[in-house]
Design a binder for this molecule. Structure first.
Ligand SMILES: [Zn+2]
Length: 257
């Protein structure tokens, strides 16, 4: 069955979501959210993600090391990632984020190594990037990541930058930040890019939509993001759901699932 709404980035393996999972999944299903990608952030969390995906067919696992945990990358960790990722639908999340104190050369090394594994396995990549878009673009080019593509998770760059990533075969993921009262760039991105290149996510438990700010985010609230995209584009929420879900299935090559 084709999912109605696809949450392409939610950390269901982390607290406070983990201990409330059955009720959160039920609530999401009622809201029409029936596919979820749970990206890895640290090797210690990978077994939890494996277990979640085995328990629930709606959960798609991805394995990776977040830039804030780049220090955990060793030859052995990369070998485990390669083996485990034969069960994953993508590599990630990985990327660059100068907001963290982790040295940038270390982040770059971890990012490049994960891109090489993605290319080796032919898997798309889930990219975390803040304030380093030019650098991430050049690394993606140098590592030939256009051969696998992927998703720019919770994209916070400009419309022009988004177009550069789209040219490399990456979809642009819209998160709850477009519902925030101070939203500027994400709104421009949601309004101006071809809908064929957009996907949706919550990044739960983070990035809670405006209406619920002050509490942790949950996958059901992806409807707030879909609604806002529909508003700024002047189309129906159903159409936003249908097209963004189809985009996610295409970019992640999940049509056979
Ligand atoms: Zn994340």
């Amino acid at each position: 069955m084709t999912p109605v709404l696809f949450d392409t980035h939610c950390h269901l393996d982390l607290e406070p979501l983990k201990s409330e999972l059955p009720s959160l999944m039920n609530e999401a299903n009622i809201a029409g959210v029936s596919a979820f990608i749970v990206p890895g952030v640290h090797p210690d969390g990978w077994p939890r993600i494996v277990a979640l995906a085995e328990e629930n067919r709606q959960i798609f696992p991805a394995f990776g090391i977040h830039p804030m945990h780049a220090e955990s990358v060793t030859a052995q960790v990369l070998e485990s990632l390669t083996i485990l990722s034969t069960k994953g639908i993508a590599i990630g999340e990985t990327g660059l984020d100068p907001v963290y104190t982790v040295p940038m050369d270390l982040q770059e090394m971890a990012f490049r190594e994960q891109l090489r594994i993605a290319l080796h396995l032919g898997l798309p990549v889930l990219i975390h990037c803040r304030r380093a878009f030019r650098r991430v673009l050049s690394i993606l080019c140098e590592e030939h990541a256009d051969q696998v593509g992927g998703i720019m998770h919770a994209f916070s760059g400009s419309v022009e930058t988004a177009r550069d990533f789209i040219r490399l075969g990456f979809a642009i993921s819209i998160s709850g930040t477009i519902t925030w009262n101070n939203a500027v760039k994400p709104l421009q991105v949601a309004r101006n890019l071809p809908l064929e290149h957009l996907v949706l996510e919550t990044d739960a438990p983070d990035m809670t939509p405006q209406r619920y700010r002050g509490t942790f985010n949950r996958p059901a609230w992806i409807t707030e993001t879909a609604l806002r995209v529909a508003e700024v584009r002047g189309i129906s929420t159903e159409e936003v759901a249908r097209i963004t879900t189809d985009n996610a299935l295409r970019v992640l090559r999940l049509h056979d699932f």
